[in-house]
Write a new protein. Sequence first.
Lengths: 148, 148
Amino acid sequence: MMKDFECTQESYAREVLREKGLKSTAQRLAVVHILHMSGKSLSIGEIHCGVKDLLGNTGLATIYRTLEMFEDLGIVKRLHFPDGGHGYTFSQGEHVHHMVCVDCRGVFDFSECPAENFDYASVEKQGFRMKDHFIQLFGQCGKCVEAA
Amino acid sequence: MMKDFECTQESYAREVLREKGLKSTAQRLAVVHILHMSGKSLSIGEIHCGVKDLLGNTGLATIYRTLEMFEDLGIVKRLHFPDGGHGYTFSQGEHVHHMVCVDCRGVFDFSECPAENFDYASVEKQGFRMKDHFIQLFGQCGKCVEAA
DNA sequence: TATTAAATGAGAATAGTTTTCAACTAATTT
DNA sequence: AAATTAGTTGAAAACTATTCTCATTTAATA
């Protein structure tokens, strides 16, 4: 389906889906494609529009279902904006953090974890069992700084 | 109006409101009271119920308005849960981070910032201008570990 | 190519949030 | 203490976001 020449991201998604016995549908690959191409985080609505541009009519429910599944599979990450909105960005399951431009919502990954050397002893002393952490940096990207 | 004996949190909120020329209504102080008493993060619905218990009928819109305002004023912080839900917790504007129990949604503050010693040079090299960061640790608190 | 389990689209249903506006109230002034 | 006034509230409507249902379609496999 879709295309003959696929980028690594699409192959990666195909592979993850196949391993779980899930289908690589045109809609799912289109979501990957759009997220990958955009270079920034996209809202549900933006993703929906993008998929419709690629495939013609596509149900919004499919986008919701796909993104939820992709998040579980580690194919996308959901970002939380200060205003309560959400953005989605492609991910290959690595432990990366995100620097988000609050103006254009561009996403810039960085793999060094700011909390890498943090001593969790004080936290764990209280019996707390750490599972995960979520770090997001907010600011303005170079372009938006200039434009302002 | 409300109570004769106020805790520091309520006085703090009164003060912040007064400075901005905003009114210290029973509804607003009730929100502070509930957040402070609960010792964990609360959802909008839980806060609404709590305020209704204290004051009798209270509009849900007021809760939304109050929390939005309080967030702007730094009186509450909004937490983002992995499932997309939100929780609110009292704050006095200090720079603290939160450890959140994914089971009971209890919130445990810690003032040491995990990212304190992180070198943002690589980020800033790309022209990114940092404004803020958001860090949240997820896990299970001692009680929920035992209960499981 | 036939089979089958998974996925989709459409729209209804539900949940979450914001807006509007007349009535009300905290804080200030007289 | 009463009058003033600007900010605030409740209620319902309006709007937005998300999930569900089910008949139809499709990817993967045999």
